[in-house]
Design a protein around this ligand. Sequence first.
Ligand SMILES: *[C@@H]1O[C@H](CO)[C@@H](O)[C@H](O)[C@H]1NC(C)=O
Ligand SMILES: *[C@@H]1O[C@H](CO)[C@@H](O)[C@H](O)[C@H]1NC(C)=O
Ligand SMILES: *[C@@H]1O[C@H](CO)[C@@H](O)[C@H](O)[C@H]1NC(C)=O
Ligand SMILES: *[C@@H]1O[C@H](CO)[C@@H](O)[C@H](O)[C@H]1NC(C)=O
Ligand SMILES: *[C@@H]1O[C@H](CO)[C@@H](O)[C@H](O)[C@H]1NC(C)=O
Ligand SMILES: [Mn+2]
Length: 351
Amino acid sequence: MLNVLFVLLLLKMISSIAPLGSSFAQAQERVTKLTESGQDEVINASLKFLKEKAKLKAKTANGILGGAIATSTILGVPLGHNGSYHEGPTFAPPLVREAIWNASTNSTTEEGKNLVDPRVFADVGDIPIQDLRNLGISEDRLMNFVSDSVKIVMDHAPLRPLIVGGDHSITFPVVRAISEKLGGPVDILHFDAHPDIYENFDNNYYSHASPFARIMEGKYAKRLVQVGIRSINDAGRQQIEKYGVETHEMRNFAKDRDYLENLTLGTGEGVKGVYVSIDVDSLDPGFAPGVSHIESGGLSFRDILNILQNLKGNIVGGDVVEFNPILDVSNRMTSLVAAKLVRELAAKMSK
Ligand SMILES: *[C@@H]1O[C@H](CO)[C@@H](O)[C@H](O)[C@H]1NC(C)=O
Ligand SMILES: *[C@@H]1O[C@H](CO)[C@@H](O)[C@H](O)[C@H]1NC(C)=O
Ligand SMILES: *[C@@H]1O[C@H](CO)[C@@H](O)[C@H](O)[C@H]1NC(C)=O
Ligand SMILES: *[C@@H]1O[C@H](CO)[C@@H](O)[C@H](O)[C@H]1NC(C)=O
Ligand SMILES: *[C@@H]1O[C@H](CO)[C@@H](O)[C@H](O)[C@H]1NC(C)=O
Ligand SMILES: [Mn+2]
């Protein structure tokens, strides 16, 4: 009996993939369609799960005292491109989360906001980017999934997305989503050792070395202010010229410091706010050894906080990316450093 059922089932499977008499090409097309619709189901289920979590967090933030105008909301995007040690940032979000709540520090941020207050800080978990990848989902659809996830967070006021990466490639779909949702460009404050603005790196449209080229060509940002840059070549300088990027190279930092510690962003005509993107390798490796591209001569932790804490502007989103736990030291120092960047950015965003 079981055998008969099995054969029937097998026949049904075969017939649903390749009806008798159809050509191999037709059969292949059917398999592709079946696969894509299965992938769609998984994507839709993931978005639905995220929506329910965001709804609940927004309700909690709104339900307390007077509610909030902006609640910084962690969304983990554990995407790590391209094999070997570059995949390290895939493992970052859970470690950053653990470090945020490490009992060795108090949950109060420097200027006095407490992260346990649901009006200040929320967390909607990680999106299942590697699961989707394992299902063979194309890069385009993967990046659209990142954008759709960010939009879901933004659908639930007062939540605002604070992305924990993942590598820097995710900044493009995130900023694209924010700009589309707000109906105009943002200004970006970008901390990094690298300008990440290659027109084309390794023939990969979505490379972690190219997000700012994609953002600028898509006109998702008006001003792009880069800080900490100390690894830049001719191609990079040409791109910076082409897109009118305001790049503050590390070698001139002493001169630029006063200006950078007094920035106003996001107020130009038609500009919808400020996005803050922090690559952990903007810090000197002495402060943050757990990164994929060690580049000496960087910012101190206090340099970043001075710029961030003095920034004037409405922060509509942000990210902390490129922490690579595989290369961290044994007391998890870089986890704690990345976590403090998240905590202080969260405090600055929330209101
Ligand atoms: C997934 O959701 C989209 C948009 O809501 C819808 O158009 C599509 O039919 C859904 N796909 C599946 C397989 O449920
Ligand atoms: C918590 O903090 C301590 C002391 O700073 C550190 O040694 C430990 O690795 C941290 N643990 C986590 C999970 O981040
Ligand atoms: C942080 O400090 C506050 C008092 O300012 C205290 O009530 C709270 O228990 C502390 N939290 C932790 C995790 O140490
Ligand atoms: C790695 O980069 C290449 C281009 O160099 C790209 O074609 C490929 O899709 C990437 N692989 C992964 C796993 O992201
Ligand atoms: C800060 O910048 C504003 C312009 O945005 C300027 O008016 C002000 O004088 C600056 N303050 C300092 C202390 O440099
Ligand atoms: Mn970098």
